[in-house]
Design a protein around this ligand. Structure first.
Ligand code: NAD
Length: 512
């Protein structure tokens, strides 16, 4: 984590609050030239076959895995992640991400032939293929600083694009390592890393990129979208959320508690898909609350839960808890600092007013508010009334009831008896609704943002003229009418056939 200075990012270890070295910011004046270099590199990269690009990308994956220990150590030192999370939710997921794209990219990018009626379009072939957009500009957050940029970089490069990207100023060293590993394997300038804060972010948008991919907060996302729109550049946004869990009265207690305690507190709650609201059907409410508190108290700071990224982030979360308690909530555990750095013990609250900031705005910290509900209608309304809509989960042994409930939740991803974990998957779509953003990461849908469709027509008919070219003839009009007649429900089939045949005869005569 870090405070950006004019020319350097001053890194601070969130576990101790101590200085942890500087990273040089990229000069704003240099960014347009870097983008030009990336654009030049993209041309030769796109000219390679997909098989050749895959070979390079596979080598990139193996270089990452060979240096996994170094990456994990830096994730622990810079972000304060527990080692288990650095290895599982950043490095293991990164490897799987590469595998998923490498296994599926041929199918996903394969040209799609368009089916044509040979009577209307004799001798013609139409094929739609995906072409790279060109230069993708990425602006990234700090909370998953390794696997999250790769979610876009891997498919973007496989599809033939170049990338210019900016890691968060709070994850500058992980960003530098990711960029350095990529540069050691990829062709020169194909993936350019820019260091800095919002100023450098703006410069990336302004550098003439073909698409902006932004992941971060709603407030910054809106600025980015406005800037990109002013330049006529398309932009995808992956933003924050306020994800809810619905626990039904027959939920398997132990699994549900374990799942939601992890869902709320992994990455110290600093996850766009962290469970930030839990609604429990009244008959299970007391038992659930008690077991969550007991389980939460057993978490070990530094082993199970890391610190928050900055002192300011911790103070904001503490303030939210304080305000909720002042408004009548009960704090059952946590909410107090731990360690020398920016740690906060995971907090469980009940009785939090539904309109308090803790229930409405993204907390992005280790806090779980738990509220009871009586009727399904009411809980669906409470979940869907959030301006955010990334993920939601339902926990129950009754899968039919659970699935029916999931279908009513207006969010991008839903989970039955689980939560949060599909974000890094190459072939699962990750996308939000409303304030959670407009982008898609993962799956074939994400390729829409990284490629452009290109339609190619090849005519092998050799005829001197198409029927629809000048001069217009009665035979052509008759044939068009006949084809409409044949396609019309209840149309005159005999008349249609007669008109088409006389049109074909006319065409044949003219071609003699
Ligand atoms: P942030 O918005 O503060 O910063 C994100 C990036 O934007 C950083 O690199 C920052 O330097 C840059 N930036 C800042 N001002 C800019 C400007 N004016 N123009 C261009 N770039 C600018 O977010 P953060 O604190 O790094 O990340 C946390 C947020 O990200 C949370 O809200 C979280 O929910 C969200 N997030 C969403 C997803 C998702 O997939 N939906 C994933 C991870 C994080």
């Amino acid at each position: 984590m870090a405070r950006p200075g004019p020319h350097h990012i001053h890194c601070i270890d969130p576990r101790t609050g101590a200085e942890a070295g500087d990273v040089a910011c990229t000069s704003l004046a240099d960014i347009p030239a870097l983008a030009t270099r990336a654009r030049m590199a993209q041309r030769s990269w796109a000219a390679l076959s997909l098989a050749q690009r895959k070979k390079v990308v596979e080598a990139w994956k193996h270089t990452i895995l060979a240096r996994a220990g170094e990456v994990a150590a830096l994730l622990v030192a810079e972000i304060g992640k527990p080692a288990a999370e650095a290895w599982s939710s950043e490095i293991l997921t990164a490897g799987e991400l590469f595998d998923g794209w490498l296994a599926n990219i041929d199918d996903l990018l394969s040209p799609q032939p368009v089916e044509l009626n040979p009577l209307n379009y004799p001798g013609k072939e139409v094929v739609v293929s995906a072409q790279p957009r060109g230069l993708i500009g990425m602006i990234m957050p700090w909370n998953y600083p390794f696997h999250l940029p790769l979610r876009t970089m891997v498919p973007a490069l496989l599809a033939g694009n170049a990338v210019i990207w900016k890691p968060s100023e709070h994850a500058a060293r992980v960003g530098a390592l990711l960029g350095e590993i990529a540069a050691s394997v990829l062709p020169a300038d194909l993936l350019i890393t820019v260091q800095g804060d919002g100023e450098q972010g703006v410069a990336v948008i302004d550098a003439g990129v073909d698409r902006v991919v932004f992941t971060g907060s709603v407030a910054t996302g809106r600025k980015v979208a406005l800037r990109a729109a002013a330049l006529g550049v398309e932009c995808s946004l992956e933003l924050g959320s306020k994800d809810a869990a619905i626990v039904l009265k027959d939920a398997p207690l132990e699994r549900t508690v374990n799942g939601l305690v992890w869902g709320a507190f992994h990455n110290a709650g600093q996850d766009c898909a962290a469970v930030e609201r839990v609604y429990v059907e009244r008959p299970l409410y007391e038992a659930f609350l008690q077991k969550v508190v007991e389980t939460t108290k057993s978490l070990q700071p530094g082993v199970d839960i890391g610190p928050l990224i900055t002192l300011a982030a911790r103070s904001r979360v503490e303030q939210r808890i304080h305000d909720a308690v002042k408004a009548g909530a009960t704090l059952h555990c946590g909410g107090v600092p731990w360690g020398e750095g920016f740690g906060l013990m995971p907090a469980v609250l009940s009785g939090v007013p539904e309109d308090s900031a803790l229930m409405v705005e993204e907390t992005f910290g280790p806090v779980m508010p738990i509220l009871p509900f009586d009727r399904e209608e009411e809980v669906v309304e409470r979940v869907n009334s959030s301006p955010f809509g990334l993920c939601a989960s339902v926990w129950t042994k009754d899968h039919r009831r659970g699935l029916a409930l999931l279908d009513r939740l207006d969010v991008g991803s839903t989970f039955l008896n689980n939560c949060c974990f599909t974000g890094p998957m190459a072939m699962a779509a990750w996308s939000g609704r409303r304030h959670s953003g407009s982008g898609v990461t993962g799956s074939r849908w994400s390729l829409d943002g990284l490629t452009m469709p290109h339609t190619r027509v090849i005519d092998r008919s050799g005829a001197a003229k198409e029927m629809w070219w000048y001069p217009y003839t009665d035979a052509f009009t008759g044939m068009a009418r006949g084809l409409v007649e044949l396609g019309r429900r209840g149309g005159g089939k005999l008349q249609g056939i007669r008109l088409v045949l006389s049109g074909l005869l006319g065409r044949w005569k003219r071609s003699q």
